[in-house]
Design a protein around this ligand. Structure first.
Ligand code: ZN
Length: 310
C-alpha cells in the first residue's frame, strides 16, 4: 500500500498567471508541466508538484479566466490538503498574513494540526502537519525554507450525502482502509508518504455544488503501472460502474469514472511521469508540452495562449 493513494488533483481556475504566481511563488511548488487542455487546446493545463514531480504531489489546473465562481455543496471535493513538517503552521500563518492570503484559525482533526486557507479562486486548501512529510525530500529551488515546505498532498476532503459506494471504491479499488470516524467525518488511509488520506464529510444538506473557478474537476488515484491500471479498472466494473477505456496522457495512462457520490474519479499510472516529456530534469515545466497530434499546430497554439512565467 506504499504506492497507493492520491496521484493528482485537477481543478478549474481563473487567470493562469495569477494561478501560477500563487502556487509557485506563495506556496513554493514547482511548475512541472505546462501543456494544453487536450479537450480545449486553446487553454492551458498547468501542473504544480514537489521538486521531483512525484506521484501524490501534483495539483493541476484548467485556467478559464471567464469562468464563474464555483459554489460549494454535496457531491464535491471540499478541500485539498498538503503535507508539511510538524511545527510549520506558525511560519505559514505569518506568510499568509503578510501576503494577504485568506486563512482560518488552525484546528486539530484526527490528531493532526490543520491550517485551512484559500487560493486566489476561493478553493479551500489545508496544510496538515504530518511526521511522514520528513520522508519526502523538499524542493531546493522553491521559495519556502526546506524545514517548512510543502512536500505533496496529505489528502483531500469529499463532501458527500451518499458515501457508502465511495467508501467501497476507496477500499476495494484504491486500497484505502477505514481507520477512524467521528460524528461528522470518516477517515480512510493508505501507507503512502503522500496523498494517503481521504476524509469523507457526511453532508446533511443535499444541495449539489456547482462547477466553476475553484471547483475540483476530478481526483486521481495511483496505479503502479499499466497492468495494475487494467486490474483496478476491472474492479471498478465489478462494482457496477462504467470506466472509460485507457487514455494515453503521455505523462501517465488514465481511466476515468463517475462515482455514485458525485465526484469524478480517475486512476493514473505512476509512470512515465513529468520528467519523461522534458529534455532534462532541470527543464521540467519550462517548454510548452504538446501531445504529438497537436505538435503540427504549435505556432498557432502558442500565439493564442497568454504567456505564463514563473
Ligand atoms: Zn487527471
Amino acid at each position: 500500500m506504499k504506492n497507493k493513494g492520491i496521484h493528482h488533483i485537477s481543478i478549474i481556475s481563473g487567470d493562469p498567471q495569477v494561478n501560477a504566481d500563487f502556487y509557485v511563488k506563495t506556496l513554493g511548488l514547482r511548475l512541472v508541466l505546462k501543456t494544453v487542455n487536450q479537450d480545449d487546446p486553446g487553454t492551458y493545463h498547468l501542473f504544480y508538484a514537489n521538486g521531483e514531480g512525484a506521484p501524490g504531489s501534483s495539483i493541476t489546473f484548467f485556467p478559464w479566466p471567464m469562468a464563474m465562481q464555483a459554489k460549494p455543496g454535496t457531491g464535491t471535493v471540499s478541500a485539498v490538503s498538503f503535507t508539511v513538517p510538524e511545527g510549520s503552521c506558525d511560519y505559514w500563518i505569518d506568510r499568509f498574513a503578510e501576503q494577504d492570503v485568506k486563512f482560518d484559525t488552525p484546528i486539530t482533526r484526527f490528531g493532526k494540526k490543520v491550517l485551512p486557507f484559500y487560493d486566489t479562486d476561493g478553493l479551500k486548501l489545508e496544510l496538515v502537519e504530518d511526521e511522514k512529510s520528513k520522508n519526502v525530500p523538499a524542493w531546493k529551488g522553491g521559495t519556502i525554507p526546506e524545514i517548512f515546505s510543502i512536500r505533496g498532498f496529505w489528502g483531500s476532503n469529499l463532501h458527500l450525502t451518499d458515501y457508502t459506494a465511495t467508501i467501497d471504491i476507496l477500499q476495494d479499488v484504491m486500497d484505502f482502509k477505514l481507520t477512524d470516524e467521528s460524528d461528522s467525518e470518516i477517515l480512510l488511509t493508505t501507507q503512502s508518504d503522500l496523498g494517503h488520506s481521504i476524509i469523507i464529510e457526511k453532508a446533511e444538506d443535499a444541495k449539489s455544488g456547482t462547477n466553476g473557478r475553484g471547483y475540483v474537476h476530478h481526483i486521481a488515484f495511483r496505479a503502479k503501472d499499466e497492468n495494475d491500471l487494467k486490474a483496478m479498472r476491472q474492479k471498478v466494473i465489478e462494482l457496477g460502474l462504467s470506466p472509460t477505456q485507457l487514455i494515453d496522457r503521455h505523462v501517465f495512462m488514465s481511466v476515468y469514472f463517475q462515482t455514485p457520490g458525485g465526484v469524478l474519479f480517475e486512476i493514473a499510472t505512476d509512470g512515465p511521469g513529468y520528467k519523461s516529456v522534458a529534455e532534462s530534469e532541470e527543464e521540467m515545466g519550462k517548454k510548452l508540452f504538446l501531445p504529438p497530434w497537436l505538435e503540427p499546430r504549435r505556432d498557432l497554439i502558442e500565439q493564442r495562449l497568454q504567456p505564463v512565467t514563473v
